[in-house]
Design a protein around this ligand. Structure first.
Ligand code: COI
Length: 354
């Protein structure tokens, strides 16, 4: 497939791998495509990364009709580049689109476009330990209209950002703060969709957590305020006794691609993995009985993020000895080895693109 490609006149200086943080640097080119009712998705093109000109009345700015994805391209030892489960991210992108009344796109076509963009920008894929090229497909509503309805026109774009660790803590354990006052999402709402408003909704409690000296919020369900849903922007896992437990997907939890990878990897090691409702009280009780061995978050940006402490009300518990547990460490390393192509991939999750 040939997508029109307008080259950037001057190329940016690429950062050193060792200096990479998260999400501040963008590559030379981006992918754009538009939607209108008469033409459908049309005018796919790769062009220089540049600001958009938008009407102040653009619907996305008022009602938040916006969805996005996050996936990564990794530098392999032979100098090549591979993607990790890109079809799963693009499928979830379409599911989010459906929930937010955004027209469906052709997943196979978008994958081709994404691959072409990554190939053009392959020199931007960093090669340092824990670094990658973060890929951010996004769709925004562009009708200039301030009444409330679904937009008729949309812009789909993909931007690329070379990244290192998401949290300043890197793979060191984070401290999390449980809130039963604020919720991220409710069943029947849009928690399952990767839509901008979910992230905006999480900011205030995140700010309170920071003020208390915690890195992330642990979210409880919106109805009973007792069942665990997610942590920060990640899914969450608990190693209790010999079982790996994660909240079941109930409509208000994002179906994480890393979550699914963790479940598959742990099962392949013969581990018992249970997806079910898990109350915060049960976690504290398991800790009191010495059964709570490890806790960690999973997500594309942070990969595996071990939890060292959990604060709920006036009680704070330390997980294990507060250091990274051996199970989280094994998961982190095995997952990264697969993503970087250092080990064989029996799951067929990786896709070599350059
Ligand atoms: C990701 O983990 O990829 C996300 O989309 C979360 C975002 C806040 C970086």
């Amino acid at each position: 497939m040939q997508i029109p490609h307008k080259k950037a006149e001057t190329l940016k200086t690429r950062p050193q791998s060792s200096q990479l943080g998260f999400g501040t640097i963008f590559t030379d080119h981006m992918f754009n495509m538009d939607y209108s009712p008469d033409k459908g998705w049309h005018n796919p093109r790769i062009e220089p990364y540049a600001p958009f000109v938008m009407e102040p009345s653009s619907m996305v700015l008022h009602y938040g009709q916006a969805i996005f994805e996050g996936l990564k391209a990794y530098r392999t030892a032979d100098g090549g580049v591979q993607l990790f489960r890109p079809q799963d991210n693009l499928h979830r992108f379409n599911l989010s689109a459906k929930r937010m009344c955004i027209p469906q796109f052709d997943e196979a076509f978008l994958l081709e476009a994404l691959i072409e963009l990554v190939r053009i920008e392959k020199d931007w894929v960093p090669d340092g330990e824990g670094t990658s090229l973060y890929i951010r497909p996004t769709i925004i509503a562009t009708d200039p209209f301030i009444g409330l309805r679904a937009s008729n026109t949309y812009r789909l774009f993909i931007i690329l950002s070379p990244v290192g660790a998401y949290y300043p803590e890197g793979f060191n354990p984070v401290k999390i703060w449980v809130t039963n006052e604020y919720v991220r999402a409710v069943r029947g709402g849009v928690g399952q969709a990767k839509t901008a408003g979910n992230y905006a909704a999480s900011l205030y409690a995140g700010q309170l957590a920071h003020e208390e000296g915690y890195t992330q919020v642990l979210w409880l369900d919106g109805v009973e305020r007792k069942y665990i849903e997610e942590v920060g922007t990640m899914n969450i896992f608990f190693l209790i006794g010999d079982e790996l437990i994660t909240p079941a997907l109930n409509g208000s939890i994002l179906a994480g691609v890393t979550r699914d990878s963790v479940i598959s990897l742990a099962k392949s090691w013969g581990m018992k993995v249970v997806e079910r409702q898990l109350a915060i009280d049960e976690v504290f009780a398991a800790h009191a009985q010495g059964q709570l061995k490890e806790v960690f978050g999973s997500g594309t940006a942070a990969v595996i993020s071990p939890v060292g402490k959990i604060k709920f009300g006036s009680q704070e518990i330390v997980i294990g000895d507060g250091a990274v547990g051996s199970f989280s460490a094994r998961l982190f390393h095995d997952l990264m080895d697969l993503q970087y192509g250092k080990t064989a991939d029996p799951f067929k999750w990786t896709m070599k693109v350059a």
